[in-house]
Design a protein around this ligand. Structure first.
Ligand code: SAH
Length: 255
């Protein structure tokens, strides 16, 4: 027996929690894709050190639920729309690592396109295999640093939605995401603890980059009550040419 089949376990379905918290429920096919994603990560973890979160319930809450909580308002809006009225969205996940939040978002929103990016080639190689195995038709993968992609014609000003989780301080995340958005697009910064003072401190950087803080949403995770905050930054004007700055500069000299 391989280690993956002996140790992977089965993810909980949690249909009621999905419905109650996000007004959305996975289909049978989506549940199967979540399970496959989980097994894939556990198997690859032996070589790649992708995540420390490996227990089924913890994986469900900290990776699956957490990823989709960041797009909760969009899930709710789309739950009200007719199937035919669903708008395709161009999304990008910066520093996706093992695929979070981008892969669960791509599974949950098959009519969106999600570009999964990371600066580490071996993570992207893993994601290429994963997305092929899952039969995901709406993802693409790009190796690159956010500072470089944000200056490239094929990525700058292109996306409706830019997601970023656990990549760095908020002002660095703002500098990584806002240049990639079209004017009107939305950046989602996944955070743990967050305060009003943090928002105030972040605002000048966001404005410098052509954005504004549209909203801050706070919630507790549904199984363990962990604190989560998501910042939603709207791009309201063009990002000045000099941003993002050269690789490494946003972290060395945060705005
Ligand atoms: N978003 C995932 C992974 C977080 S770990 C999650 O929440 O689980 C941070 C990831 O960001 C790593 O995979 C790292 O390779 C990548 N990363 C760090 N700096 C980056 C940059 N400047 N551009 C692109 N990716 C970056």
């Amino acid at each position: 027996m391989t280690l993956s089949s002996s140790s992977a376990g089965t993810l909980p379905t949690q249909l009621e929690i999905w419905q109650k918290t996000l007004s959305w429920q996975p289909t049978e096919d989506q549940l199967a894709q979540f399970q496959r994603l989980y097994e894939h990560i556990l198997e690859a973890n032996q070589q790649l050190n992708l995540t420390r979160i490996t227990e089924p319930l913890e994986f469900w809450e900290k990776h699956l639920w957490d990823s989709l909580a960041g797009i909760a308002s969009m899930l709710r809006l789309e739950a009200l729309a007719e199937e035919t009225a669903l708008q395709p969205m161009q999304g990008i996940d910066i520093g996706t690592g093992a695929g979070f939040p981008g892969v669960p978002v791509a599974i949950a929103r098959p009519h969106w396109t999600v570009t999964l990016t990371d600066s580490t080639r071996k993570k992207i190689t893993y994601l290429e295999k994963l997305t092929a195995d899952l039969g995901l038709m709406n993802t693409r993968t790009v190796v690159g640093r956010a500072e470089t992609l944000g200056q490239e014609k094929q990525h700058r000003d292109r996306y409706d939605l830019a997601m970023i989780r656990a990549v760095g301080p908020a002002s660095v995340c703002a500098e990584y995401t806002l240049p990639l958005l079209r004017v009107g697009g939305l950046a989602v910064l996944y955070r743990g603890q967050w305060s009003e003072e943090d928002t105030k401190a972040l605002e000048p950087a966001v404005e410098t980059l052509g954005g504004e803080v549209a909203s801050v949403e706070s919630w507790a995770t549904p199984l363990t009550g962990g604190v989560r905050n998501c910042l939603y930054l709207r791009k309201v004007g063009p990002t000045p040419r000099e941003f993002p700055r050269l690789p490494g500069v946003p972290t060395q000299r945060p705005l």
